[in-house]
Structures are given as structure tokens and as C-alpha cells.
Design a protein around this ligand. Structure first.
Ligand SMILES: NC(=O)C1=CN([C@@H]2O[C@H](COP(=O)(O)OP(=O)(O)OC[C@H]3O[C@@H](n4cnc5c(N)ncnc54)[C@H](OP(=O)(O)O)[C@@H]3O)[C@@H](O)[C@H]2O)C=CC1
Ligand SMILES: [Cu+2]
Length: 470
């Protein structure tokens, strides 16, 4: 008897808990979301233009007219394209006080003057609009595996409505992320249309830099010998030129990770305040530092792989064998030069240590690792170890590149050697850093960063530059 009562109570509670949700639109997305909610225990009802004709596979899911369906639930998911929203205005009475979930996406970034969710809120002023689910694809909902992102970005002006939509997303196994009021809808709608926004600048920059290095290095090691000495050295193209370009790219991009911070510090010192806004280009550059660093790491990795492949080259083996034969014929051996050994080995050691720290930097930038360290520890690794990496890699290229030249670097056609070109930006960065850590600048910078301003200068900024918020 008691058992029966308990099971009855359970049945009642599960019945009571079964929240009903209405979906307008029996298209691709509406169906997928509706089925998923049904599987997760919601009672689902569809609103459609042709309720009789629609063929939804589940008998328990009803398809009604929009007006009828709206009466069944106070949460209505609008799985319809924005262009067809107009009819919702006529349903204003039925939709009064309901939670309308806008899931729509556009074809282009900023396609309309206002976001789709804000447009919906204008059409049905009596409803509470929540933007959600637009970053989840119908395919992901259907396949159930959710291989792609599980994050549901939400926004809306009514807190309680947002909370209810968040609960639904959690029940579906998704992760809701609150983005605030409905004003954020535009950003949420643009999100799925973006293609790696933070990677664009770093990729273009490294592409351009790579082309420059490749052409420059080919000019020096292939075109110059051909024009001046009529020797064919095109064979260095496939490995050596790539290898040199990769090392130059790695160290230059790493330096470019630290350059914007230095420019910002110099700006602060010059303006005497930290409360003035930095230029937009610098701001964007600062935000892309992680991506720049990861591309630098990729080039460092390529350089290491190419470096390991060097002894296996046909040309390398040929030179070695030929040298031995020459020595046998002339019955003379090369002297063992300790200075050469020192040069070569120290260059290698610097490179290996530099690469190790490079990897360490890359690992600590992974969210799962950086979540485990506090801000000071993160700063220590990314800044102090980062500069140490830059110093080691710069020294590696300097010793390796400069090792052949006891005399000053040889200029051909007034073009400095490749390693000198690779090291221009790293040198600039290291010199700037060295200047900024000098006690006089370091003290002023710390004062500025603690919010203590140097009055005369900051006043000048206030008067002279209206782009600054002081
Ligand atoms: N497909 C996806 O992966 C995703 C889609 N979305 C968004 O979901 C919404 C629906 O997309 P999707 O399901 O792919 O599109 P579909 O074209 O497959 O479905 C749209 C549905 O809207 C209804 N509809 C069409 N015209 C009108 C009209 N003039 N008046 C009223 N209702 C109309 C129809 O339902 P009926 O015949 O029942 O009336 C139709 O099935 C869009 O806003 C889209 O941006 C968001 C994230 C992912
Ligand atoms: Cu190297």
C-alpha cells in the first residue's frame, strides 16, 4: 500500500515536472530542437502554417496552428527565419507575456540595422524575448553527439525568462553562457558567422613576413651566386631557404608578441597616465598576442624538424664524403679547432633550451593549464620566461649565423646576411625592454600603473587629445 502511494507520488511529480515548450516552425532546426527537448522529457507542441500536412514522426508531439500552439506553453521557440517574422505581430494578443526564444541567424555580419532578437521584441512588445541556441546547429542536435561547441550564448532583458531558457539548455546537455541584456544579441548573432576572428591578423602578418623572408633569403643564397659567379645553387631552395625562413619567422613573431606591450608602456610613459585609451590597432594587436605566439611556436617546431633533417641531405653527405676524399688525396687532415666546437655546440644548446622554453610557453597558454595558475604565476611564465626564450633564440641565431664570419658580416649587393635580417625586430624588442627596465623608467611606469599620474603631462593629454578618456 505504502509502496503504491510512493510510486503514485513519483508519477505525479514527474507528470507535474513535465514542462511544456512550444516551437514555431517545423523546419530543420525546429524539428531537431523539438525532438531533442522531447527526448529530454519536455512536452513539446509545434506551431505551423499547415498543421495537417506536417509529418512529425512522434505521435505524442502535436502540431497545431500558431495561435492554438501558443496557448499551450509560455515558452515559444521561434524556429523561423527573420524574413518571415511579420506574422508574429498579428499574434500579439496570444503572445502577450510569453517568453519568445529567438534562435535565428543571418547570412552576413551586421546584415540588418538592428539584431533579429531586437526586431522580434519590437514586433511583439508584450513578450519577453531571449536570444539563444543560434550557435548550435540542427545537425549537432540530431546526431546527439554534439562534437561541435556545446556553448549556448544567451541574452535578454528579463532575468527570469533567461533563467528558464538556461535551464532548458542545461537539460539538453548544453552549456548556457549569459551575455547580459538584449543589446548583446547582435554580437551573439554575428558570432557563428565569424571565421577565426582573432587569427586573421596574425595569419596575414605571418604570411606576409614569410613571403618577404623567403624571397630575401632566395635572393642572397640563389640569385646572387647565379648572377655574380654563375653558379647554380637552386638546390638549397627546398630545404635550407625554408629552414632559415622558419627560424627567422619563429624569433620575429615571438618578438612581435612582446612589441605591443612595450609600445603601450612607452605610450603610458609619454602621456604620463594609464587612463588614456591606446589606439585601436594597438589594442587589436595586444588581443592577438596568444595567436601570434602559437604561430611562432609552430615555426619553431618546423625549424627544429628541418634542422634534424639537415644531416640526411644529399648535398650534406656529398660535401662530407668529398672533403674526406680530398684529404686522402692531398694527404692532409683538417686541424681540430676547439673554437669551432664551442661555437657550434653553444649555438645548438641555446637553440635546444630556447625551443624547450618555447614549448613551455605554448603549454601554459592552453586554457586548461592557465586555469590552474594564478595571475602572478601566469604573468611570470608568459613575461619573464617569454623574454628568456626570446633571448635564447636570438642568441642561437646570432651564434649560428655569425659563426662563419670572423670578420664583420659580409654584405652582398648591400644586403645584410639572412641572420641579421631575422634578428632586426627581436633586437629592437630586447633593446626597448632593456631601456624600460632601467630604474628611472621602471619606477615611473610602476607609479603610472598604480594610478599615480604625472600631473603636467596628463593635463596635456586631457587638453590636447580628445580620443583619450582620462
Ligand atoms: N538549421 C540550423 O542548423 C540552424 C538554424 N537556426 C535558425 O533557425 C531558424 C529556422 O531555420 P531552419 O529550420 O534551418 O529553416 P527551415 O527553412 O528548414 O524552416 C523554417 C520554417 O519556418 C517556417 N516558415 C517558413 N516561412 C514562413 C512564413 N512565411 N511564415 C511563417 N512561418 C514560416 C516553416 O515552418 P512551417 O511550415 O511549419 O510553418 C519552415 O519549416 C532560422 O532563423 C535559422 O537561422 C539557428 C541555428 C542553426
Ligand atoms: Cu636554429
Amino acid at each position: 500500500m505504502e509502496k503504491d502511494q510512493a510510486s503514485f507520488a513519483m508519477n505525479v511529480s514527474s507528470y507535474v515536472k513535465k514542462e511544456s515548450v512550444c516551437v514555431f516552425g517545423t523546419g530543420n532546426f525546429g524539428r531537431s530542437l523539438g525532438h531533442r527537448m522531447f527526448q529530454c522529457g519536455y512536452s513539446v507542441v509545434f506551431g505551423s502554417r499547415n498543421p495537417e500536412q506536417s509529418s512529425l514522426c512522434h505521435k505524442e508531439i502535436e502540431v497545431l496552428s500558431h495561435a492554438e500552439a501558443a496557448q499551450r506553453s509560455d515558452i515559444i521557440i521561434i524556429a523561423i527565419h527573420r524574413d518571415h517574422y511579420k506574422f508574429l505581430g498579428k499574434l500579439a494578443e496570444e503572445l502577450q507575456g510569453k517568453i519568445l526564444v529567438d534562435v535565428s541567424n543571418n547570412l552576413k555580419i551586421n546584415q540588418y540595422p538592428e539584431s533579429n532578437a531586437e526586431y522580434l521584441a519590437e514586433l511583439v512588445p508584450g513578450a519577453k524575448v531571449v536570444k539563444a541556441f543560434n550557435t548550435i546547429s540542427a545537425w549537432a542536435l540530431q546526431s546527439g553527439t554534439l562534437d561541435t561547441s556545446r556553448q549556448v550564448f544567451l541574452c535578454g532583458d528579463d532575468k527570469e525568462s533567461k533563467q528558464r531558457v538556461m535551464n532548458i539548455s542545461r537539460t539538453l546537455g548544453l552549456t548556457p553562457l549569459d551575455h547580459g541584456s538584449l543589446v548583446a544579441a547582435r554580437e551573439i548573432e554575428n558570432y557563428p558567422l565569424q571565421l577565426f576572428p582573432m587569427w586573421k591578423f596574425p595569419l596575414y602578418l605571418s604570411g606576409a613576413l614569410f613571403i618577404f623572408y623567403f624571397i630575401y633569403f632566395s635572393l642572397r643564397s640563389i640569385i646572387y651566386p647565379y648572377v655574380n659567379k654563375n653558379t647554380d645553387r637552386t638546390f638549397v631552395l627546398a630545404l635550407s631557404v625554408f629552414n632559415h625562413s622558419f627560424s627567422g619567422m619563429a624569433v620575429t613573431l615571438l618578438a612581435l608578441v612582446y612589441l605591443p606591450g612595450l609600445i603601450a608602456a612607452i605610450l603610458q610613459l609619454y602621456r604620463g597616465t594609464k587612463y588614456s585609451r591606446i589606439p585601436n590597432w594597438l589594442d587589436h594587436w595586444m588581443l592577438c598576442r596568444k595567436q601570434l605566439g602559437l604561430i611562432a611556436l609552430a615555426f619553431a617546431f618546423l625549424h627544429v624538424m628541418y634542422g634534424l633533417a639537415l644531416p640526411g641531405r644529399y648535398s650534406g653527405k656529398w660535401y662530407l664524403a668529398n672533403r674526406v676524399i680530398e684529404q686522402i688525396i692531398s694527404n692532409k687532415t683538417d686541424p681540430f679547432l676547439t673554437s669551432n666546437v664551442w661555437n657550434f655546440d653553444s649555438a645548438l644548446t641555446l637553440g635546444i633550451l630556447g625551443f624547450f622554453l618555447f614549448i613551455l610557453l605554448g603549454i601554459t597558454s592552453l586554457p586548461s593549464v592557465s586555469n590552474m595558475v594564478n595571475w602572478r604565476e601566469f604573468r611570470f611564465v608568459q613575461s619573464k620566461l617569454g623574454y628568456l626564450t626570446l633571448v635564447l633564440c636570438t642568441a642561437h641565431i646570432l651564434v649560428f649565423g655569425g659563426r662563419k664570419f670572423v670578420k664583420p658580416p659580409e654584405l652582398i649587393w648591400y644586403l645584410p646576411p639572412t641572420y641579421v635580417i631575422s634578428l632586426i625586430i627581436p633586437f629592437v624588442v630586447l633593446v626597448l625592454k632593456f631601456i624600460l627596465v632601467m630604474p628611472c623608467f621602471d619606477r615611473s611606469l610602476k607609479q603610472i600603473q598604480q594610478g599615480k599620474e604625472r600631473n603636467s603631462l596628463s593635463k596635456k593629454v586631457q587638453l590636447g587629445n580628445n580620443n583619450t578618456e582620462v
